[in-house]
Design a protein around this ligand. Sequence first.
Ligand code: CA
Length: 230
Amino acid sequence: MTCILVIEDELAIREMIVFTLERDGYEILLAGRVDEAEKIIQNFLPDIILLDWMLPDRPGIDFLHQLKKHPQTSRLPVIILTAKSESHNKVVGLDAGADDYITKPFSPNVLLARIRAVMRRSSGQMPVDEFVEIAGLRLDTSNHQITVISSAQVLELGPTEFKLLEFFMTHPNKVFSRSSMLDHIWGQSIYLEERTVDVHINRLRKILKPFNKESLVQTIRGVGYRFSEV
Ligand code: CA
């Protein structure tokens, strides 16, 4: 059974979420504050987290950063909930590693569709303990690290840069358009401008540069990007 941790302090929204998810057969854990959520997670890891942006004790984004920092929780799918007036938070949240973003008020059907999409994406990830070695880099999916093999140095990647490089390393030598990269890496259910891809590509190249690996990420003019050794 899929277990969802719902971290939300607004009673009406909580009730709607609980009603919708229970009816659909999900198991639910509830927290109204970040410290409550922390206690729950210490004892039990849910399959997915719905995280409100504004919580009474700490901002949801703080908790998201915390989850992404720890190997045990870094791969937990997180969907952020925020009010429409805070929609600028979308990019910040996704940048911090959230899997998706839902604007309040939302309908039960939207909620269920987003959860299913995120679950599909996360179950499509490679099994734990798998390694991918390519172009002198080693991807370790169990600890969420990418290492430069020759020097055994771990790359210091932000969550999005990690996803991007992970995607490239598992899809080498193929050209991807910006919009297909947005679909693959950020998910089809969200809208982001294509230049978001360029921003993260530039950051990734900067991280790879000290290791002389920035040329692996190639710009294919008029099309998009490719990860290739040649
Ligand atoms: Ca709130």
